[in-house]
Design a protein around this ligand. Structure first.
Ligand SMILES: C[S@@+](CC[C@H](N)C(=O)[O-])C[C@H]1O[C@@H](n2cnc3c(N)ncnc32)[C@H](O)[C@@H]1O
Length: 364
């Protein structure tokens, strides 16, 4: 993968309008200067191999260096204001204080993401609805983050293509969060305030237009199961698509609107639990979710992009699955962990799956 020429380049004064929006109403002079003229340490680090490109920097800047229509698939989970602040960097989306300003900032990301995506291809975003609390929001309830994500994508021309609801155990959530709406004692007292557990979602958007490179499962459909061994279909495989009951059954499970079989601890964080505290990620994506997404919406050799790379879950699975990966991440400790995870993914990939020869890379 080639270097991204945009990184390390100073922004021009004309970027002031963007700074005004992304930094919120009253940024300090120091914040504006840092945003407009980032130092090398803010954006310059890149790790480039023939299979992946990792950039430490603002994803919007990274996207600006990526050519039109060159990304085959994107799988990510977004940061969000009020959930958790990852860094004190001014470009960090988790530091934007209001929903309105957050989505104004996201507009810059999505207009670039739309430009770089290949027509007819998929952008999948992992998210959850956000609980409102009395202390922070003055009311107990839910904020429809998922809905706002869909509308933000639609504003930039993406089609609302599909979504998966990922089941989560309400008992585990009750024990961890002590949410009153999940407590049995609240059921006894006044169940009008009881609510369901909050699942994860994979929101699936598509760039309009004809897909020039079909994602084909030729000749007979799906020949493996991604999920817990105990749930693998036992139906017979066949090389004839109409007779391949195994593929039909696997597909029925993936096509289910609810995935009940995602293990919440099937994450890279678990695998890198011995790393230092700061590089432990608080909400990494489940690897099985990424693997199914890449099985359904990308071909081997495709370029997969995650703007909010974290510790590298999407890229890690992409490499294991014989795809290539482009990842950006602001936080240095996560970026370093991502770099290690990506190298491990290459090292652990079965030799016969490795690419050889020229990859026809398109990044400039
Ligand atoms: C929800 S986490 C993503 C986790 C990731 N999917 C994983 O499994 O490790 C969001 C990430 O976005 C990063 N981030 C926030 N603002 C960013 C920006 N402007 N550019 C790049 N990364 C950013 C945060 O540091 C955080 O690691």
């Amino acid at each position: 993968m080639a270097n991204n020429p945009r990184l390390g380049a100073y922004k021009s004064e004309s970027d002031l309008a963007e700074a005004t929006i992304r930094l919120g109403p009253n940024p300090s002079l120091a914040q504006v200067k840092q945003f407009l003229y980032p130092t090398e340490a803010d954006v310059i680090e890149q790790v480039i191999t023939d299979q992946y490109a990792l950039y430490r920097g603002d994803c919007v800047q990274v996207l600006r260096g990526i050519p039109d229509n060159s990304i085959h698939c994107s799988v990510s989970s977004w940061p969000f204001c009020s959930l958790y602040s990852y860094t004190d960097a001014v470009e960090d989306f988790s530091n934007i204080r209001t929903r309105e300003d957050f989505f104004k900032g996201i507009d810059f990301l999505l207009s670039e993401l739309h430009r770089v995506m290949m027509p007819g291809r998929i952008v999948a975003t992992h998210c959850m609805q956000i609980p409102l609390t009395n202390e922070r929001d003055g009311v107990i309830g839910l904020y429809d983050f998922r809905g706002d994500i869909i509308r933000a994508y639609e504003k930039h021309g993406f089609v609302y293509h599909s979504e998966v609801c990922i089941w989560k155990d309400p008992l585990i959530a009750a024990t961890r969060t002590h949410a009153i709406g999940l407590a049995h004692k609240q059921l006894v007292k006044d169940s009008a305030m009881c609510r369901q557990g909050i699942p994860d979602y994979l929101v699936v958007m598509r760039k309009r237009g004809a897909n020039p490179e079909p994602v084909s499962h030729f000749p007979a459909g799906l020949d493996r199961w991604i999920g817990p061994d105990s749930a693998e279909p036992i139906a017979e495989k066949s090389s004839h698509p109409g007779l391949n009951k195994y593929s039909h059954e696997v597909w029925q499970r993936y096509a289910s609107p609810v995935w009940f079989d995602i293990n919440p601890s099937d994450t890279l964080q678990r695998q890198s639990a011995r790393e230092d505290e700061d590089s432990r990620h608080i909400c990494p994506l489940q690897l099985t979710v990424i693997r199914r997404a890449l099985e359904l919406w990308s071909n081997p050799g495709d370029v997969v992009f995650d703007p909010f790379g974290g510790i590298g879950s999407t890229g890690y699975v992409a490499i294991q699955e014989g795809r290539r990966a482009v990842m950006s991440e602001l936080k240095e400790s996560y970026f370093n962990q991502m770099t290690r995870n990506m190298a491990n993914a290459v090292a652990s990939r079965p030799q016969q799956d490795m690419f050889t020869g020229a990859l026809g890379l398109t990044l400039s």
